[in-house]
Design a protein around this ligand. Structure first.
Ligand code: PLP
Ligand code: COI
Length: 351
């Protein structure tokens, strides 16, 4: 398969210009990207080529009708210089679930997996070695086919680009529980990683930022009474010693970090519940002092503790714990991801 992927190498690597000790998130890009085009009803030969701008027709349907989906993954290096991925097939499956919903042709497993592994071999030096950093991987697909007719395109592009990255959040994460806007609706595309889901969040998030918060916690579109997820993370709430997260639905992204945390927590003897969480319950627990933790979970954010939340013009602080579920679970999941401990689940994949 590898020989079936064409490799066009960059003339001069940019790697010497990158400060690996001070990596931003997702804004410094590795030398190469994988590109594969869909046309004449089939995916064409994948090519690994220098990371560079792409040229599109102004009538490409991505610009007009938003057929665009993506994934987020990370690659790590262990102490023996192995390149590691975490549950990559789950990302491939989810990309195709998103593809189905957005009428984008599904990408075959071989192109996704062999393309990704070959790209990681070509850009192996770009995978950060410092703890807390990783190579963020962004596979994405979008409509390149043209026409102003509001119907699915007949041509698409699949790209995998990568970015050596540090932490997603620079500082504390203070959230606002949303009472007016909705990120997703029943029967909609909330469960898909569609670009438009993120665009729709920017305005309410900006309003929250202006009020002094970093992120919005989305509530259900119908009643705004139940906590669903955050901008780029699933949400966990700890009330006393029970860790609770909402069930996934067609409004919520089925996060790979979320389901891994649920599994690890259960195996660590932490009581977990997957059920609807009402805002009223969270506010009451905060007032009574038994809301011990809230955190977001996602590939980019890993596990990001929430320091406080706002709701109906009131602010609620979360306690600072010496031993939190967030730090216990973060250590366990990152130790599995980076090959520091055994992986009893078979989640780690060596490239
Ligand atoms: N929810 C949303 C809206 C996201 O964008 C993400 C990030 O991918 C997540 C949850 C977490 O998903 P995962 O753990 O698979 O990265
Ligand atoms: C990820 O966690 O990988 C995501 O895709 C979130 C992204 C919006 C930064």
């Amino acid at each position: 398969m590898t020989s079936y992927i064409e490799i066009q190498r960059i003339e001069k690597s940019k790697i010497a210009t990158v400060d690996f000790d001070n990596l931003p998130f997702g804004s410094v890009y590795s030398d190469h990207m994988l590109e594969c085009n869909f046309k004449d009803g089939t995916w064409q030969k994948p090519v690994i080529k220098p990371f560079a701008p792409i040229s599109l027709d102004p009538s490409a349907k991505i610009f007009h009708y938003g057929q665009s989906i993506f994934e987020g993954m990370k690659a790590y290096k262990d102490d023996s210089e192995n390149t590691l991925l975490f549950r990559p097939l789950d990302n491939w499956k989810r990309l195709n679930k998103s593809a189905e919903r957005l009428m984008i042709p599904e990408i075959p497993e071989e192109i996704f997996m062999e393309g990704l592994k070959t790209l990681l071999k070509v850009d192996s030096d770009w995978i950060p070695r410092n703890p807390g950093s990783s190579l963020y991987i962004r596979p994405f697909m979008f409509a390149t086919g043209t026409g102003f007719h509001a119907s699915p395109a007949n041509e698409y592009k699949f790209i995998i680009a990568t970015a050596p990255s540090g932490a997603y959040f620079a500082g504390k994460v203070k959230v606002l529980i949303e009472e007016k806007y909705a990120r997703a609706a029943n029967g909609g595309v909330g469960y898909a990683k569609a670009g438009g889901n993120y665009a729709a969040q920017f305005y309410p998030t900006q309003l929250a930022i202006e009020k002094g918060y970093n992120q919005v916690v989305w509530t259900d579109d119908n009643t705004h009474q139940f906590i669903e997820e955050a901008g780029a993370m699933n949400i966990f709430v700890r009330i006393n010693n029970t860790l609770i997260t909402s069930p996934t639905s067609d409004r919520i992204l089925d996060g790979i970090t979320r389901k891994s945390i649920l599994q690890i927590a259960e195996d660590e003897g932490i009581k977990t519940e997957v059920r609807k969480i009402s805002v009223g319950e969270v506010v009451k627990a905060a007032k009574e002092g038994c809301l011990l933790e809230m955190f977001g979970a996602g590939t980019a954010a890993v596990i990001s503790p929430i320091t406080g939340f706002g709701y109906q013009e009131n602010d609620y602080e979360l306690p600072v714990l010496e031993e939190s579920f967030a730090s216990q679970l973060k250590k366990k999941i990152t130790d599995i991801q980076t090959n520091k401990i055994e992986d009893p689940y078979g989640w780690r994949v060596i490239v």
